[in-house]
Design a protein around this ligand. Structure first.
Ligand code: HEM
Length: 244
């Protein structure tokens, strides 16, 4: 048993499920993006060469759908995790440890802007997930729903044409393509730069791979969570599996 009088030097931030899902999402996302844009531009340039490399248009379509299914299974895994968090671990969906937005995030956002504009000396006492981490998570989570919906229209056009006018398939194609551009721009530029190019973590933030953060990082980046973990009887050392 851990000595409650000694503060832990490191804390679990992501358990093995979240780390594994993140790695799979990284590869599957690159897979859908490469194959999707290669399909869209298959008659020309590098896209044509890439489609040839994959074995032709049918194989490229197959790889795109395979990666899409894997990507969506990761979304399902996250939904199952949230249910496990709520029902088995008795976590609060709108509590300080949850990835769900709550009203307090609005206040954190306002105070954070004030801090960035030099109106206050200290950042807000962020809890387990900051407002921008929640935003990042939910943009991908919700974006995947519309990519999947438009994607299945493109996958089974005959089936959906039985229930909807045929031009819905054209609309789905436009939406799927436009949102793919948005998703790629967001993930490769905003997500990557916000995670890795901040001065505190530059040249990289590896927490999603290692799963743990140092005490200094906790105190600086998640002071609210650090304070609650170190309240009497609640500390969580690296040797304890912290669950979310
Ligand atoms: C998760 C669900 C997804 C499903 C079910 C799905 C399915 C499909 C299908 C069936 C097609 C048509 C391929 C063809 O036969 O020519 C397609 C095209 C495409 N997909 Fe996806 N996809 C998904 C996610 C994504 C994501 C996340 C991206 C990008 C980041 C993406 C980018 C594209 C692009 C650029 C095209 C070409 C559209 C065009 O030709 O105008 N897809 N997708």
């Amino acid at each position: 048993m851990r000595d409650q009088t000694v503060e832990p030097e490191a804390y679990w931030r992501f358990n093995v499920l979240h780390r594994a899902v993140h790695i799979v999402v990284m590869f599957a996302f690159v897979g859908v993006a490469l194959t999707g844009f290669s399909l869209a531009f298959s008659p020309v340039g590098a896209a044509r060469t890439f489609v040839w490399f994959l074995g032709g248009i049918d194989s490229a379509r197959y790889v795109h759908r395979f990666c899409a299914v894997v990507l969506y299974l990761c979304v399902v895994a996250e939904v199952l995790w949230i249910m496990y968090f709520k029902f088995a671990l008795r976590g609060k969906l709108f509590g300080p440890d949850s990835i769900c937005f709550r009203l307090k995030d609005l206040r954190f956002f306002r105070d954070h802007m004030g801090y960035l504009l030099g109106q206050s000396q200290t950042p807000p006492p962020f809890e387990r997930f900051t407002w921008w981490e929640k935003f990042d998570y939910w943009t991908l989570f919700l974006g995947m729903q519309s990519m999947a919906l438009t994607g299945v229209f493109l996958w089974f056009p005959e089936f959906f044409s039985r229930f909807f006018p045929g031009y819905f398939v054209n609309i789905a194609q436009v939406l799927h393509f436009d949102e793919a551009i948005l998703a790629v721009l967001y993930k490769f530029f905003i997500h990557t730069s916000v995670r890795h190019l901040r001065p505190e973590v530059y040249p990289g933030d590896w927490v999603i791979f290692t799963g743990k953060v140092t005490k200094e990082t906790m105190m600086r980046a998640h002071p609210g969570e650090w304070a609650s973990l170190n309240a009497p009887q609640q500390g969580s050392a690296i040797s304890d599996q912290q669950t979310i």
